[in-house]
Design a protein around this ligand. Structure first.
Ligand code: NAD
Length: 512
């Protein structure tokens, strides 16, 4: 009997038209995919870091040659404007290749560390070695960079990789597969598979050596539960409900423009969108009026000069609708935008700003992931911090003030993985900074040195030349206890007694 080849349909969310069909990877192939990745691992692992980086640089060349084509594919598949495909999907990927290429050698090289006195005569160092087969599962909102950056970091560290991009943006998944082929990565080193959650679940059950997941809290928990069964280590990059705190002494025009960008870029489908804005009461009204003016000047569409694209995932529309309806039913006021009963059926949701919202509402507590922005006044620094920390999430945050001391003080008190002062979101663009969340926003960090080190085991090595017959801490123990007492008193006291240390050590040697 022939099994029917299942296909993923790529639909342009902006037009509703089918733009491609991509063959799904059959579940029955999962074992063979792992076998291939495991077979390719020893050869890839044994290449020098410089040799592996050559492949990354080749990929960069291919991406640069096809830059326009790739940004068009990302835009078609997600509904985002091409400018954002370029600046927020392609640029971080290209930047990551540059960062990995220049830092991998120094980050992954053997590192000499101090050796304690009791181990006198030995050397200690740390070595890093790749984990094996890394499974990367990625989401649809930045379908290129959120797949590419972890994949390339894992490859540079010497792992082979299986990538399962989101089924919501299958055309980008296919595009990445072709780019790896064009860059000439050896067979089995990086395999891109196509499918939805069934395929994702089958891949996690096949015991990869590491799972790097970016997506929702719900799926993150499922993956962590499965990984725990085999003690598979993971990084989880999950959702966010990022606060923006605007003090009365901030540059209000800048804060309003920044808020509108941070809330509506990628149609609000950003894990680090500004999802709730707290504004100090004396400037609250002025800020809201400036935000309204900015929002009303934005152009919806996916042409080159448009600002805000469409939503990507139809199910997301429903979440935005529910949150807005609940808030309106409880007294929220629309400052600009439209209530859900006035929306059309398309994926370009009205950019909506609401006031008179309460901290306990879903619109403040749960991730929205859409073009919906609640604004709340606050009366003191303490209150702003309390509000900002009062959700289950902790990804990013922003603080806006002309008093840098105050901004830093507040930033330090926010329970988040990152904070931006007088701007928003952009910390993730700096590949030298670690990226990740606290609380339900995730476990672990990538980018920066961490981005390479998470894909390695750390091995502690102590080296002795093997010339002496015995060691002071070996048998026999006879007569050593009182000498140890003196040795430790001399060695661990605040002011070390070096004469006592040397005498005790020589005595210990004599008894060994
Ligand atoms: P999702 O959790 O629905 O899906 C993410 C990926 O997981 C997809 O590839 C999907 O096919 C796969 N998947 C689904 N169920 C699975 C299962 N049972 N086993 C294995 N794989 C499974 O998330 P999404 O809707 O694609 O992405 C949006 C979410 O991602 C938002 O919550 C957003 O905040 C979060 N996100 C986080 C970051 C970050 O870096 N922290 C970045 C972007 C997006």
């Amino acid at each position: 009997m022939h099994s029917v080849q299942r296909k993923l349909t790529a639909i342009s969310p902006a037009t509703g038209k089918v733009i491609a069909e991509i063959e799904e990877t059959p579940l029955g192939k999962v074992s063979a995919i792992y076998e291939q990745a495991r077979a390719a691992f020893p050869v890839w692992r044994d290449l020098s870091i410089a040799e592996r980086i050559t492949y990354l640089k080749k990929l960069k060349e291919v991406i640069l040659t096809e830059l326009e084509n790739i940004s068009a594919i990302i835009s078609d598949d997600t509904g985002k404007v091409k400018t954002e495909a370029l600046t927020a999907d392609l640029m971080p990927t290209l930047d990551a290749i540059g960062h990995i290429s220049t830092s991998a050698q120094s980050v992954l090289k053997r590192k000499r560390v101090k050796t304690p006195l009791l181990l006198f005569g030995k050397k200690s160092y740390i070595e890093y070695f790749p984990r094996g087969v890394v499974l990367v599962i990625s989401p649809w909102n930045y379908p290129f960079q959120l797949a590419m950056v972890p994949v390339l970091s894992a490859l540079a560290a010497g792992n082979t990789v299986i990538l399962k991009p989101s089924e919501v943006t299958p055309l980008v998944g296919k595009c990445m597969e072709q780019l790896f082929k064009k860059a000439g990565f050896p067979e089995g080193v990086v395999q891109v598979v196509h499918g939805g959650k069934e395929l994702g679940a089958a891949l996690t059950k096949e015991k990869p050596d590491y799972i790097f997941f970016t997506g929702s809290v719900k799926t993150g928990k499922i993956i962590q539960e499965q990984a725990a069964k085999d003690l598979i280590p993971t990084t989880l990059e999950l959702g966010g409900k990022d606060p923006m705190i605007v003090f009365a002494d901030a540059n209000i025009e800048r804060a309003a423009k920044g808020a509108v960008w941070a809330a509506f870029t990628n149609s609000g489908q950003v894990c680090m969108s500004a999802e709730r804005i707290y504004v100090e009461r004396p400037v609250f009204r002025k800020f809201v009026e400036l935000v309204k003016k900015e929002v009303e000047a934005l152009r919806h569409g996916i042409e080159e000069n448009d600002d805000v694209g469409s939503m990507t995932f139809p199910a997301q529309r429903e979440i935005v609708r529910q949150q807005l309806e609940e808030a309106l039913a409880e007294g929220a006021v629309i400052e600009t935008g439209k209530p859900p009963h006035e929306w059309d059926d398309g994926m370009f949701l009205p950019l909506t700003v609401v006031s008179n919202v309460q901290q306990r509402m879903k619109i403040i507590q749960e991730e929205t992931f859409g073009p919906l922005l609640p604004v709340i006044p606050f009366d003191s620094e303490e209150e702003a911090i309390k509000y900002a920390n009062d959700t289950e999430y902790g990804l990013n945050a922003s603080v806006w003030s002309s008093d840098i001391g105050k901004a830093r003080r507040v930033a330090s008190k926010l329970i988040t993985g990152s904070v931006v002062i007088n701007d928003a979101i952009i910390s993730f663009v700096n590949q030298s900074l670690p990226f990740g969340g606290v609380k339900k926003s995730g476990i672990g960090r990538y980018h920066g040195n961490a981005g390479l080190l998470i894909f390695c085991h750390e091995k502690a090595v102590v080296e002795d030349l093997g010339k002496r017959i015995s060691e002071v801490y070996w048998y026999p123990y006879k007569g050593k206890y009182p000498i140890y007492l003196n040795f430790f008193k001399s060695y661990f006291s605040e002011k070390k007694d070096w004469v006592g240390i040397v005498k005790s050590y020589l005595k210990l040697m004599k008894k060994s």
